[in-house]
Ligand binder design. Structure first.
Ligand code: IPM
Ligand code: MN
Length: 367
């Protein structure tokens, strides 16, 4: 029987409770498909600060290194907000994890099931068929990782700087990811940049268009300035298929995409690294987009779907278990479209708990 090692990092807030439900789902599909998952749990984020004095302890990194993929919950919360920004759980665990494993490709599917159209803040007539966008965000470069400083000037004024740097090679490797995603979708990529102002954006535009002309002439490339893209996402999101963009624009646009897709509780994400020779599939970190939701943490109220769908992405991208991933995605959509809802997607109607949602998905998987 094939055994896979999965590093499980539940983190803070609702992380542990949605993770518990997700591991049940994974155990169930393992049984159905004659697989074995070995889960190695490790502390991360605020919980790790409390237990070990650091948001990303060495043993946690080591467990990740030994694994085939990382299933990540969420990190952060009011308890750690007094810490200096550099030491806060989000920045001190997620960013170093991304860098340590060169997770340069962040895929965020923005999917709004037709039955959840009322959960979107957009008017239903703008999105009659729901939404299906894939945001491909560069994740280990740009302004997130360039040099930064704050210094006091001679006249006592204060200056701060963050540097945005991109190389052609970095742009090409993320372009490849967007192209291969587009091949399996509507064969359209929209490159979002600020080429009317930024030098890095000019390089992005040239690199992506040259690359696609040479290697993917069948994929249609559109370019759009980021301010316009932010507007188009609420004006007419259905025009997008694959959005390709740099780190910070992707951070901002993917939150916007998240909210137009209804609940953050439904959004999964994959952060993928390079294909290495000894692996057939890229290593990756898989996490829900929604955050720790401290207001409902520990109350068995959170929507576990984003975590479960993130586990499905893990199976697909890092383990190559497409069919199993699709079975999970199908079960989630069946349950949600069938009217079983957690509070965030219940429109004021009756709702179920985190564990009941998990049970319903397990039932659908067994049906
Ligand atoms: C995200 C988050 C992170 C980011 C933060 C927590 C560092 O907002 O994954 O989008 O900005 O990348
Ligand atoms: Mn973000």
């Amino acid at each position: 029987m094939e055994t896979y090692n999965i590093a499980v990092l539940p983190g803070d807030g609702i992380g542990p409770e949605v993770m518990d439900v997700t591991l049940k789902v994974l155990d169930l599909v393992a049984e159905h498909h004659q697989l074995q998952f070995s889960f190695q749990k490790a502390d991360v984020g605020g919980t790790a600060i409390d237990q070990h004095g650091t948001a990303l302890p060495d043993p946690t990194l080591e467990i990740c290194r030994q694994s085939d993929a990382i299933l990540f919950g969420s990190v952060g919360g009011p308890k750690w907000e007094h810490l200096p920004p550099k030491e806060q759980p989000e920045r001190a665990s997620l960013l170093p994890l991304r860098k340590a494993f060169s997770l340069f490709a962040n895929l965020r599917p923005g999917l709004l099931y037709p039955s959840l159209i009322p959960a979107s803040p957009l008017k239903p007539e703008i999105i009659p068929d729901g939404i299906d966008i894939l945001c491909v965000r560069e994740l280990t470069g740009g302004i997130y990782f360039g040099d930064r400083y704050t210094k006091v000037l001679g006249n006592n004024d204060i200056e701060a700087a963050d540097t945005m740097i991109y190389r052609k090679s970095e742009i090409e490797r993320i372009a490849r990811v967007a192209i291969s995603a587009a091949q399996n979708r509507k064969k359209r990529v929209c490159l979002v940049d600020k080429a009317n102002v930024l030098e890095t954006s000019v390089l992005w535009r040239k690199t992506v268009s040259d690359y696609m002309e040479a290697y993917a002439p069948d994929i249609e490339l559109e370019t759009m300035y980021v301010d316009n893209a932010a507007m188009q996402l609420v004006r007419n999101p259905s025009q997008f298929d694959v959005i390709l963009t740099e780190n910070m624009f992707g951070d901002i646009l993917s939150d916007e995409m998240g909210v137009v897709c209804g609940s953050l509780g439904m959004l999964a994400s994959a952060s993928l690294g390079m294909l290495e020779n000894r692996f057939a599939h890229p290593f990756g970190l898989f996490e829900p987009a929604g955050g720790t939701a401290p207001d409902i943490a520990g109350k068995n109220l959170a929507n576990p779907c984003a975590q479960i769908l993130s586990a499905a992405l893990l199976l697909r991208f890092s383990l190559g278990l497409d069919e199993v991933a699709a079975a999970i995605e199908h079960a989630v959509s069946k349950v949600v479209n069938g009217g079983t809802r957690t509070g965030d997607i219940a429109f004021g109607g009756p709702f179920v708990s985190t564990t009941e949602m998990g049970d319903a998905i397990c039932m659908a998987l067994s049906a």
